[in-house]
Design a protein around this ligand. Structure first.
Ligand SMILES: *Cc1c(COP(=O)(O)O)cnc(C)c1O
Length: 433
């Protein structure tokens, strides 16, 4: 087990933090409640490595929860930010970088003509849902149990990861009115979706889905699931929203629409799109997006939206990805290699484990049964995960502190780094027996 006394600086900071920040953090999962112990306070990152306030080095598989697909402190991205910064931090007036970003997105993401930039994934989803309701004139939404779409009221129903590890899938402070129009279906179960459509005929504005569920660990869509959603939406006059806050620019530059060959009506982005800056976006075809203010009646605004420094970081990262298609092969191969090594190690040490993997996302679950839904994910032995997490942290491998989060493999991980992590995983699994 990891010895927390060797991190006095982080411990002191956490003490101070807890006095002035709820749980010592600005986003709940970081507080380590699901695994116990004191979170390392990070001070610096470079490539796939991060350093904490006590000078410890870690091999990072979080990457700021997805955004840093190129790794920390990529020199070109930092230079783009510095250059933008020298001209001023914000104007609240139109700037060229917003146009460049939107043109780039329309070029690399299938089926989108227009984009609206926002400041987080939460905001992107909240706004896309408003567009779906505004254009259809309907109120209800279908979402999937265990999928996370940010913390807006209507989305905090069956919301996975953070909400899940807290043991409060629904939040206090969300009114019955705000939650009642959110209908819950089961991921990878089309019959649960058609039953909701049948029971709410003519009332469903949209189905929103994480094309690869990545807030209940990692659960890929089964053959025909996303296509089936497309068909059900078409037959029922509802829109299909892909929440690509994680899958966007991660499965490939074109996100899940390109990866699985399924068209969505609206897509939401966050994380990678900002290259580490607070950015989100929602996008779709012209006929839908032109309904947004000021050209249409659906109001949505943002003082800092399209911020030039944030745009510079995002554009720079996306352009690098655009000119290196081989990066996607590399990260998927490394993730697949890692998944296989984890399976082998678990088998060798007699530990029941399922490793789900899709592209650069993977997740080991401590269960004998294949995980294809939220119920399956919940079958994982959380005590085992906790022990595994601390064994890994003690060996310098920084994983997300929750069973229900993905392991993010990034371009900055060399095969040698992946092998280092796999060796640590084998030792960690051996220590669990
Ligand atoms: C992280 C996430 C969000 C929320 O994005 P924030 O930037 O944290 O508000 C929404 N949807 C999905 C799928 C996410 O993973």
């Amino acid at each position: 087990m990891f010895d927390h006394t060797t991190r006095p600086e982080s411990a002191a900071l956490f003490e101070r933090a807890q006095r002035v920040l709820p749980g010592g953090v600005n986003s709940p999962v970081r507080a380590f409640r699901a695994v116990g112990g004191i979170p390392p306070f990070l001070v610096r990152g470079e490539g796939c490595r991060v350093w904490d306030a006590d000078g410890r080095e870690y091999l990072d598989f979080v990457g700021s929860w997805g955004p840093l697909i190129l790794g920390h402190s990529h020199p070109e991205v930092l230079e783009a930010v510095a250059e933008a910064m020298r001209d001023g931090l914000s104007f609240g007036a139109p700037t060229a970088r917003e146009v460049e970003m939107a043109e780039l997105l329309a070029e690399i993401v299938p089926h989108i003509d227009m984009v609206r930039m926002v400041n987080s994934g939460t905001e992107a989803v909240m706004s896309a849902v408003r567009v779906a309701r505004g254009v259809t004139g309907r109120g209800k939404l279908i979402k999937f149990d265990g999928c996370y779409h940010g913390h807006s009221d209507a989305m905090l129903v069956g919301a996975g990861s953070g909400a899940l590890t807290q043991g409060v899938p629904d939040s206090a402070g969300v009114t019955a009115g705000a939650a009642q129009d959110t209908l819950l279906a089961k991921y990878n179960d089309l019959s649960s979706v058609s039953a909701l459509f049948d029971a709410n005929r003519g009332q469903v504005a949209a189905v929103i889905v994480e094309p690869v569920a990545a807030n209940m660990g990692v659960v890929p869509p089964e053959e025909g699931f996303l296509q089936g959603l497309r068909g059900l939406c078409d037959r029922n006059g509802a829109l299909l929203i892909f929440d690509e806050v994680i899958t966007g620019f991660r499965l490939g530059l074109g996100g899940a629409q390109a990866f699985f060959g399924v068209r969505a009506d609206l897509v939401t982005f966050g994380k990678i799109i900002g290259g580490g800056m607070p950015v989100g976006a929602y996008a779709g075809r012209r006929e839908l997006m032109s309904q947004v203010a000021p050209t249409g009646p659906i109001y949505q605004a943002g003082t800092l939206s399209g911020n030039p420094v944030a745009m510079a970081a995002g554009i720079s990262q996306l352009r690098i990805l655009h000119s290196h298609p081989e990066y996607y092969t590399q990260i998927a191969e490394n993730a697949s290699f890692m998944a296989e090594k984890l399976r082998e190690a678990a088998q060798k040490h007699g530990i029941p484990m399922q490793v789900n993997q899709c592209g650069a996302l993977l997740c080991p679950y401590f269960t004998e049964t294949p995980v294809r839904s939220f119920d399956g994910a919940k079958a994982s032995d959380l005590n085992r995960f906790r022990a595994y997490f601390h064994e890994m942290l003690g060996r310098g491998i920084y994983l997300a502190p929750s069973q229900y989060e993905a392991v993010f493999v990034n371009v900055s991980h060399s095969r040698a780094d992946i092998e280092t992590a796999c060796a640590a995983a084998e030792e960690s699994l051996a220590a669990l027996t």
